[in-house]
Write a protein that binds this ligand. Structure first.
Ligand code: C6P
Length: 406
C-alpha cells in the first residue's frame, strides 16, 4: 500500500480475524482519513451550536462551517450556485426528495418515468410509489448482453411521454459507467427532466453537473471518505425554486401563521430541522482530501485494480463474473463461486481478513435480470492495492475446498 494512504487511514492497518484487513466493500461505504475525523472532532470540540438560529458567536461559527461546506460542495460539483446544493442525510433521501417534491407534483396519468434495470432500490422504489400515486407508468431500459445501455434500447424507450429519466451514473452492482451526458441531451430533446444517481460516481470520477446538464444529482458523503448521515442533492435553481418543500418544520419557513406558511428561499426551503453540521464539516474535509489525491490518480488506481481483479478471477474456472465485458467499467467486480452461496463465500473470505459484500446489493430487479438471487462484490477505492486483490483471489481459491466441493 502507498505509505501515505496507510498512514492516513489507521483502520486499514487493523486486523480482522487475526489477519490484516483487505477492505473491499468501498461501494457500501469508504473508510475515513484522519483529516476527516479531525474535522468532525474540531467542529464538536470548538464550534458546536445550532446554525442559522443564534446571534451569539458560537452559532455564527457553526453557520459558517455549514455554509462553507455548501460552497465547497458547489465548487466540487461545478454547480452554478451554492443555492443549488441541498444537504440531506444520504443519496436515498435526496432521491426521495426529488420523487416526492418534483415527481408527485409534476406527473399525471399517461406520463412515463424511465429508469434502467441497473438502478439501486433508492432510485427505483420512490419512482414506483410516485407512478402508483400519479397514474404515471414506470418503464425500464434493459442492458444489452455485453452489459451496456444500448442506443437502440434508449431510442425505443425514450419518448415524448417520458417526463423523468432517472439513471445511475455508475452501477453499484456492475460498475458500468453510463454516458449520462449523452443520455441527458437526448432526454432533454423529448422534454424529460434528468435525475442522476451519483452515489457511485461522485466518489470515483470528476463530476461536473453543468457539463452533464443534469437537472438533479444525488450522492452520499459516506461513500467518499465522509461520515455517515450527510448527503447532497444538487438541483437546477429554477427547478428547485418551483418545487414545494419535502419536509416541513424549523428553519425552512419565511413566516408562519395559524393556518398558512410561506417558505424560506433556497436552500433552506429543503432543509427542515437541525442539520448535520459535523457531517458537513467532515464532507468538506473529505473533498479537500480527494482533491489532494486527485481524480486522475483515483481513476487510474481503480481501473488498474479492477482490470487486475477481472484478469485473475477469469483464470479460475469455477468463478462466474457479471458485467465484465462492458466497455466502461470501474471500481468493482461482481462474481459468484459455482455451487456456493455468496454469503458462504463472504464468510470464508472474512476468515482470511478479506471484507466483501454478498447479497442482492439493493438491486433486486437487476439480480433477476442477471438470473441470480445474489452475488459477491469486491469494490475498490484508491487506497486499495494489488496485494488486496491477490488476497481476494487467494481466499476465493480456498472456498470450494472449505465447502468440501473440491
Ligand atoms: N449502495 C451498496 O453497497 P445511501 O444508502 O443512501 O447512502 O446510498 C443509496 C445508494 C443509491 N444509489 C446507488 C447507486 C448506491 O450504490 C447506493 C448505496 C450501497 O451498494 C449500499 S446498499
Amino acid at each position: 500500500m502507498d505509505k501515505n494512504f496507510l498512514n492516513a487511514f489507521p483502520i486499514l492497518r487493523s486486523k480482522m480475524n487475526g489477519q490484516p484487513l483487505a477492505y473491499l466493500d468501498n461501494a457500501a461505504t469508504t473508510q475515513k482519513p484522519e483529516s476527516v475525523v479531525r474535522s468532525i472532532c474540531g467542529y464538536y470540540g470548538g464550534c458546536n451550536a445550532n446554525p442559522h438560529r443564534g446571534v451569539y458567536e458560537l452559532s455564527v461559527k457553526a453557520t459558517k462551517v455549514y455554509e462553507d461546506a455548501r460552497r465547497k460542495v458547489a465548487d466540487f460539483l461545478h454547480a452554478g450556485s451554492p443555492k443549488e446544493i441541498i444537504f440531506t442525510k444520504n443519496a436515498t433521501e435526496s432521491l426521495n426528495l426529488i420523487a416526492y417534491s418534483y415527481g408527485l407534483n409534476n406527473l399525471r396519468g399517461g406520463d412515463e418515468i424511465l429508469i434502467t434495470i441497473a438502478e439501486h432500490h433508492s432510485n427505483l422504489v420512490p419512482w414506483q410509489r410516485v407512478a402508483r400515486a400519479t397514474g404515471a407508468t414506470l418503464n425500464y431500459i434493459y442492458l444489452s448482453a455485453d452489459g451496456n445501455l444500448s442506443a437502440e434500447e434508449i431510442e425505443k424507450k425514450l419518448t415524448r411521454r417520458t417526463k423523468i429519466l432517472a439513471v445511475t451514473q455508475i452501477s453499484n452492482v456492475l460498475g458500468l459507467v453510463n454516458d449520462v451526458k449523452t443520455l441527458a441531451a437526448r432526454a432533454h430533446e423529448v422534454g424529460a427532466v434528468v435525475v442522476v444517481d451519483g452515489a457511485q460516481s461522485v466518489p470515483h470520477i470528476p463530476v461536473d453537473v453543468q457539463d452533464l446538464d443534469a437537472d438533479f444529482l444525488a450522492f452520499s458523503g459516506h461513500k467518499m471518505l465522509s461520515p455517515m448521515g450527510i448527503g447532497v442533492l444538487y438541483g437546477k435553481k429554477k427547478i428547485l425554486e418551483e418545487m414545494p418543500p419535502f419536509l416541513s418544520g424549523g428553519d425552512m419557513i419565511e413566516y408562519v401563521e395559524e393556518q398558512a406558511t410561506t417558505f424560506a428561499e433556497l436552500p433552506q426551503k429543503f432543509e427542515a430541522g437541525t442539520q448535520n453540521v459535523g457531517g458537513a464539516a467532515g464532507l468538506s474535509a473529505a473533498i479537500d482530501y480527494l482533491r489532494g489525491v486527485g481524480f486522475a490518480q483515483i481513476e487510474r488506481i481503480e481501473r488498474e485494480l479492477t482490470a487486475y481483479a477481472i484478469a485473475e478471477l477469469k483464470k479460475i474456472p469455477y468463478v462466474e463474473l457479471y458485467g465484465c465485458e462492458a466497455e466502461n467499467k470501474i471500481g468493482l467486480v461482481t462474481f459468484n463461486v459455482k455451487d456456493v452461496h455468496p454469503h458462504d463465500v463472504a464468510t470464508i473470505l472474512d476468515a482470511a481478513g478479506v471484507a466483501i459484500r454478498a447479497g442482492h446489493h439493493c438491486a433486486q430487479p437487476l439480480m433477476k435480470f442477471l438470473g441470480q438471487n445474489a452475488t459477491c462484490r469486491a469494490s475498490f477505492y484508491f487506497y486499495n492495492t494489488r496485494r488486496d486483490v491477490e488476497r481476494l483471489v487467494e481466499a476465493i481459491q480456498t472456498v470450494r475446498s472449505v465447502m468440501h466441493l473440491a
